[in-house]
Design a protein around this ligand. Sequence first.
Ligand code: GDP
Ligand code: MN
Length: 377
Amino acid sequence: MNIHEYQAAELLARYGIPTNPGTVATTPDEVEQAAANANGVVVVKAQVHSGGRGKAGGVKLAKSALEARSAGEQILGMDIRGHTVHKVLVAPGVSIAREFYLGVVLDRPNRKLVVMASAEGGVEIEIVAKESPEKIRTAHIDPFLGLHPYQARQLGFELGLEADKVGGFADIVLKLAKLYQELDATLAEINPLILTEEGKWLALDSKVSFDENALFRHPDFEELRDMNEEQATELEARRSGISFVKLDGNIGCIVNGAGLAMATMDAVKLHGGEPANFLDVGGGASADQVAKAFSLVTADPNVKAILINIFGGITRGDIVAHGIAEAMGRVGVTVPIVVRLSGTNAEEGRAILDENGLHAVATMDEAAAKVVAAAAA
Ligand code: GDP
Ligand code: MN
């Protein structure tokens, strides 16, 4: 789950990291008012769930309230990498001496969290990583012992900081790591983390994302969700208890069980196809759930064929088959459907599907080959 920069800044501030707080505005009038209140140079920044706002013209300095208003007029409604700007942040302008990058992410191969820092801040870290990876310094967080203060200080020295700046830097590193762990983040980054002309550390832009699977531990984060930024289908899925992730392929997948759903996607790929989504209907696969799944999958215009893959464990195949047949009656599906049904009462289930004009197969391999051929036809 992603949140906006201004929301991330509030969380950082809660952890004692110095930020540059501002006012959120949704109209040019509000921008002008906020700038007038700030009484000096301000920066007007697009609030969208996307990076690269600076490059796209979504970050503008303004010397007066009127200039801020015109910046607001330009930025509000702007499209940044497919995200429409509905809000801007109006914050006091800061004079920057140096820009750094600081981030915490999960390093999967090493099975540890990693702190990344670079003296090449402000620009996209992916570009630094590609062009001059030696300029990114890292420190791994021991899962049992946590991040040691000496590691944070060492990062500071590796960035070439003067001795009197290292303490302040290390303090921010430790606080950001604490935030990441306590809030179940998947990403916590500050870019740029700056030294001001006065020699003060300031998190000028920050980004925090949360692990959706840990949100039950943080019910208060729900109010940080911006519906304008969410995939409509993913929201709808969450409401019906279906796990759904939209992907870029053209084969819709409807599966019971997350593990089987992943195996199904692998089978599709093995046969040269590309899944349009990951979808786990959950345990039951009732007519309601399948109908919901049909409408989620067919909402994607790229979908050329649908693969339904059900393994009857506790769920009985005949009941699932009735569910599929009933759901097909309710939702008009125009693309070819391939069903694989096995497990408890699979034969009865396949007979029911046959009566409803759907030929079900018994193996995943056969089903994957068929659906890839159907999508290509
Ligand atoms: P991003 O492009 O989406 O990452 O947006 P940022 O908030 O990081 O802004 C991009 C760049 O704009 C920063 O790296 C800074 O160089 C510049 N910038 C942002 N805020 C200020 C400010 O208050 N004063 C000055 N001088 N530059 C700023
Ligand atoms: Mn940035």
